[in-house]
Write a protein that binds this ligand. Structure first.
Ligand code: ADP
Ligand code: MG
Length: 306
């Protein structure tokens, strides 16, 4: 099946000579809920900006539902809804007009545009504000207005750049429910976030970007499974000649007299201790290496830098 979103060898050098994207490859399947996760300045907005046609790429290609965002701009745009990181509507325009005008760009008939606008403003809890100029809205409402506008032409793919940045926890959860419902209806969702909890809660697949490179791209389950293991750091009385290989254990030499052992959470280390004592090696001390998603992230980012 054609990927919903695909970028290949995407490179971006800004006018000042800064290389924001080195060579990005991404493929998001239709129906997926996908996170592009990375620290500030990693290149998330640049990537999505190119995909949405807001940023000019230096080289490479980006496709939406198989349509090239440059050569087949109109076909690509029709299938894509974009919620940029910065508010980019006219603050003096009325809420409902902002959404209806967008519908016009995509050729919806006036009556359909009004109907669709009403449907979205109700779903996003903005119906009461429809007559107000956008500048009167709170930050969270403005974000929802951006989402309503992005969805007016019923795109198959929705991309959201940090949709819940600066949004309080309660509203964040209601936005999550809204996005999950959309995804259940079949809309492919790609979001960027630096909230790990968000990627973990919502997304099936996660790509981690850092300094213009994808440093990890895997399923959330896979990523979390590495966290459902525990890593122990063992300090040994003598160095081992050979690192023991045991089923269910992942053992690597850490320092000269140390081992790092990763096991499923809850599994004991008895089999390993057994092997060590057979080699007349004892464990002098042992500690748990804490292993949260955040730490994994930091670890990957450091690896990316190395
Ligand atoms: P993210 O969205 O992950 O925080 P961005 O894609 O916005 O990151 O930016 C990636 C890098 O490119 C950052 O170092 C940023 O400072 C730089 N950058 C972004 N826009 C421009 C620009 N117009 N000119 C020069 N550098 C830019
Ligand atoms: Mg950004």
């Amino acid at each position: 099946m054609t990927p919903a979103l695909e970028v290949s060898s995407l490179r971006k050098v800004y006018a000042n000579g800064f290389e924001a994207l080195k060579s990005i490859d991404l493929s998001v399947a239709q129906g997926d809920f996908f996170a592009l996760l990375g620290p500030n300045g990693a290149g998330k907005s640049t990537t999505l900006g190119i995909v949405s046609g807001l940023v000019q790429k230096t080289s490479g290609a980006a496709r939406i539902m198989g349509f090239d965002v440059n050569r087949e701009l109109y076909e690509a745009r029709r299938r894509l809804g974009v919620v940029p990181q910065e508010f980019n509507f006219n603050q003096f325009e009325k809420v409902q007009d902002i959404v209806t005008t967008q519908a016009g760009y995509f050729g919806l008939r006036a009556v359909d545009a009004r109907e669709r606008t009403a449907e979205l403003l109700k779903a996003l809890d903005l119906w009461d504000k429809r007559e107000q100029p956008a500048r009167m809205l709170s930050g969270g409402m403005k974000r929802r207005l951006m989402i309503a506008r992005a969805l007016v032409h019923r795109p198959e793919v929705l991309i959201l750049d940090e949709p819940t940045a600066g949004v309080d926890i309660e509203l964040r959860r209601s936005m999550w429910r809204f996005m999950q419902e959309l995804n259940r209806e079949g809309v492919t969702i790609v979001l960027t976030t630096h909230y790990l909890e968000e990627a973990e809660q919502l997304c099936r697949n996660i790509a981690i970007i850092n300094q213009g490179d994808i440093i990890q791209s895997t399923s959330t389950r896979e990523l979390l499974s590495t966290l459902h293991t525990e890593t122990f750091v063992l300090d040994l009385t003598a160095p081992l000649q050979q690192v023991p290989q045991l089923p269910g254990y992942e053992v690597v030499q850490s320092a000269s007299d140390g081992l790092e052992v990763t096991v499923e959470k809850g599994q004991d280390l008895n089999a390993l201790f057994q092997v060590l004592s057979e080699h007349q090696v004892l464990v002098r001390s042992m500690r748990t290496k804490s292993n949260r998603l955040e730490e994994l992230f930091v670890h990957l980012v450091q690896e990316g830098r190395a």
